[in-house]
Design a protein around this ligand. Structure first.
Ligand code: GN1
Ligand code: CA
Length: 125
């Protein structure tokens, strides 16, 4: 992986970078893009485990690339890979007002949340 990115043997050919500064979804997305990555897409429990191993326990929430900004209730990834796996918390996504983005907590579970909220981030390339 390039300097500053972490290789994880559980998911071959992929590198991750944790963004420890909290920002809005669009800001985090741009940070990842500037480094030739995207906010993370997640396609398996194995990948959840790989990413969890990079997070400090109880360190809050992290944006991933999943969103339904374009069409309500149609989940897509900002890296254009398919929405073929999910790890929602019980009762989520509940589509409260403007909840078009997704936070991942350190237990690996997902919640839909307004994109204007500030969270850490997970880039992938
Ligand atoms: C609620 O309780 P909290 O803040 O972790 C809600 C989520 C919303 C979130 C918005 C069970 O989560 O769905 O996205 O508020 N959880 C429940 O801040 O209603
Ligand atoms: Ca929610």
């Amino acid at each position: 992986c390039p300097s500053g990115w972490t290789w994880n043997t559980r998911v071959s050919g992929v590198c991750y970078k944790i963004l420890p500064t909290s920002r809005t979804y669009h800001e985090q997305k741009n940070v990842c893009r500037r480094e030739n990555g995207h906010l993370a897409s997640i396609h398996s429990q194995n990948e959840i485990n790989a990413i969890k191993s990079l997070l400090q326990p109880s360190s809050g929430s992290y944006y991933i690339g999943l969103n339904d900004i374009s069409v309500d209730r149609r989940w897509v990834y900002s890296d254009s890979t398919p929405y073929d796996f999910s790890n929602w918390e019980e009762g989520e996504p509940n589509h409260l007002d403007d909840e078009d983005c997704v936070e991942m907590k350190t237990d690996g579970r997902w919640n839909d949340i307004p994109c204007s909220r500030s969270f850490k981030g997970i880039c992938k390339r």
